[in-house]
Design a protein around this ligand. Structure first.
Ligand code: SAM
Ligand code: SF4
Length: 359
């Protein structure tokens, strides 16, 4: 029997019958479960100017040594190999905070020049975005996801440990003005204030024509303090929204998108829009995963929760040609695990925190 998440996406994929030891040498980036990766997440830096409680401790984490970080031309070469040889169609820049990576515009410009040109997106905390949204659009950025967990100034400051709500809201406004659309808001809800924050975020996003996505908190915090019982689940959030809004499931097919979409209407204001709930923990969607990840220090990760990484940086610096790098990337994805395993009794959190993997 195939287990499925609440909207029918397989929770765990079915393995290819007797998979060969090595992946095919050409064609799409496939794993032994038949999943094809077309979405490349590029973490440009592990540095960040916020300290979100579910990601970093207050004192930060030791940054990766500078000599281990990929140089701009190394990052650009790997993206080119992904797009022109491995069938990557979507590239998303993330971090750490991509806006603090000095080579962000340079890497976006080079990615936009690739043929076939991939769709280019970025996930950011938006601190400093107000001044750069137009330049990023001109460089080739197509769309943006802004992380915003609360529109209450005190809650925001307590979650991110920085009083920067006004910068983020200015960044969101600039992203809309620069037409980095659709502008999406990503929220990871705080267990204490999250249900109230969710209702206020929905009102804010409906009023400003922003697409809100609320994501269950995952065990990727550097402090390893995550516990399953403390997080707010998508079902709990939906329950709180139903008390305030009228809600219908969205009829469009979900495909590989992780969000379950709901049409939410505020009867008081008449405003309506789509709100997504991403139930990564309570209803995993690993069976539909289409992602491959590049860390700022040049490691390929087949999954956020992978225990294994594949070191492309050493290959690059040893003078490997594109064929060798392509083969190593294919081999890394071939070994992609069936699922994240968060709900398994013997689950072990990865050593790298989210800020050094790239969400
Ligand atoms: N600094 C940027 C930002 O915050 O948008 C990009 C990097 S951040 C690691 C990418 C996304 O991962 C953000 O939307 C953030 O909320 C999310 N994230 C971080 N830690 C998480 C966790 N433990 N569980 C779920 N999502 C998390
Ligand atoms: Fe920084 Fe993003 Fe992590 Fe928050 S979630 S600490 S903004 S990397």
């Amino acid at each position: 029997m195939t287990l499925t998440s609440s909207l029918g996406v397989p929770t765990v994929p079915r393995r290819i019958d007797r998979p060969p030891a090595a992946p095919p040498a050409s064609g799409p980036l496939i794993d032994t479960y038949g999943r094809i990766a077309t979405d490349l997440r590029v973490s440009l830096t592990d540095r960040c100017n916020l300290r979100c409680t579910y990601c970093m401790p207050a004192e930060g984490v030791p940054w990766l040594p500078a000599k281990q970080l990929l140089q701009p031309e190394e990052t650009i070469r790997l993206i080119r190999i992904g797009v022109t040889r491995l069938g990557i169609t979507n590239v998303r820049f993330t971090g750490g905070e991509p806006l603090v990576a000095r080579h962000l515009e340079e890497v976006i410009t080079a990615t936009a020049a690739l043929k076939p040109r991939p769709e280019i997106a970025m996930t950011t905390n938006a601190v400093g975005l107000a001044e750069r949204a137009h330049t990023l659009k001109a460089a080739g950025l197509d769309r943006i996801n802004v992380s915003l967990d609360s529109v209450d100034r005190k809650h925001f400051a307590s979650i991110t440990r920085r009083d920067r709500l006004d910068d983020v809201l200015a960044g969101l406004a600039a992203a809309k003005e620069a037409r980095l659309e659709p502008v999406k808001v990503n929220a990871v809800l705080d267990p204490k204030t999250g249900l109230q924050d969710a209702v206020e975020l929905v009102r804010y996003c409906l009023g400003n024509e922003l697409q809100l996505r609320m994501i269950e908190q995952m065990p990727l915090d550097a402090g390893h303090r995550w516990t399953r019982s403390a997080i707010l689940t998508a079902d709990e959030v939906l329950g709180a929204l139903r008390e305030e809004f009228s809600i219908e499931p969205d009829a469009a097919p979900r495909g590989s998108a992780p969000a379950e979409l709901w049409r939410v209407t505020d009867e008081a204001s008449g405003e309506t829009g789509l709100v997504g709930l991403i139930a990564s923990v309570s209803h995993p969607f690993c069976g539909a995963c289409d992602r491959t990840r590049l860390t700022p220090d040049g490691q390929i990760r087949s999954c956020l929760f992978a225990r294994e990484e594949s070191d492309l940086r050493s290959l690059l610096r040893a003078g490997a040609d594109d064929d060798a790098i392509e083969a190593a990337w294919r081999a890394a994805m071939w070994r992609k695990p069936a699922g994240h395993g968060i709900n398994d009794p013997n689950f072990i959190q990865p050593n790298r925190p989210m800020s050094a993997i790239g969400g």
